[in-house]
Design a protein around this ligand. Sequence first.
Ligand code: AMO
Length: 437
Amino acid sequence: MIKNLAALDDGTVSVSGWVETVRDQKKVQFVVLRDETGAVQLVNPRNSDADGVVIADEPATTISGLAQGTFVTATGELKHDERVKLGGIEIKLASMSVATEAIAETPIAADSSLDKRMDWRFLDLRNPKQNLIFRIQTTFEHALRTYWIDNDFVELHTPKLMASASESRAELFSLDYFETTAYLAQSPQNFKQMAQAAGFGKIFEVGPAFRADHSFTSRHATEFTSIDSEISWIDSHEDVMKLHEELLAAGFTAVKEKHGAEIKALFDVEVTVPTTPFPRIPLAEAKEIVKSRGYEVPRDDDDMDPEGERQISAYVKETYGHEFVFLTDYASSIRPYYHMRQDDDPSLTRSYDLIFNGTEISTGAQREHRVDILEAQAVEKGLDPAELTDYLNFFRYGVPPHGGFGMGLARVLMLMLHEASIREVTYLFRGPARLTP
Ligand code: AMO
């Protein structure tokens, strides 16, 4: 791999990768070769005959015909030379073999629009910045998994084909399923709760979720990776928040340790490992704070809107120096029927949203596990209990108090790297107007 070259002594080496640039000069040729670990300069001084006329020999002829993006293997003499800008090393070529040629005209350039880059995502991903995003994602998920496994959580893979809606009837994709209709899971909500009734105690899942959401915002996709966790024997949503912040601290610690310097170099972002506990502010109080800053969230009983989220984040950053904030105690009117309501004030739920750098990344709650209350809350929300039979059955044969959260992976990455859209941090984005590549 190219990143290993610098540590080698001068001598014969072989490297493979794709051609980034070619400078085909009269006396000498330069190729910058890149693989997924870095880039190195190859140099080929041209040979000339007795009269000083350049000879068309190898590898000179191959180099002259190289298009950007061609995949090659090069063999030559590695030389350390401080004058070489690219890493202080270069390889004097002995031979080069072409694995596959690229078409000379590259369809995208550095200044191409995001949509154009997405059309040619495999070329776009060759960019070291894009490549780094998915290394960060790998490290982040691994750190979360390590936390879960160290703490005896069970990993689940719940079905994405369902007979009914997992969240609300809105934003539901349906498809032909033999003689009937199936729906794509909007969340593993039902099945992560089922695991509590099954006596699993603590579970997690990282998997796809689907929402038929026709909006074109920077934070919505029709398919996204949802990070879910659910735990038994909680006293309130406070226990869920504790799990949530510990997980994120573990994920950010791993990302900073492994990629902090690269993230600074390529994204100009200093990754901050969040201190625990994260600040917690009841939603009603958060709205007052936002109002005192000169912004009024429209409609009294409504959720925080995007501008409100930005404002409360700015306040928390200024006041506590923190990038995360849990907004707690959401009104029952804007929460799903399965959120547990507060004993002393049933107009409020035992739930929270987690805001990171100005945008919601997660919803969490203690669930209502008492089946009579659960059913009554479903009816109150206009749902037909007959459609919820399987779900309600989970609560009829004994179930511990439990709660959990769902968190969009792409939103975390977007906000961690200060990117403008989840399209940038999703391997292949799916939205209302995008089903390809
Ligand atoms: P909610 O609907 O708030 O809650 O979703 C949880 C988190 O999932 C992410 N998310 C999305 N990401 C990209 N595109 C979308 N269209 C999209 N929709 C949601 C967000 C959001 O915060 N079952 C509950 C969670 C729970 O209580 O455990 C749920 O799905 O980051």
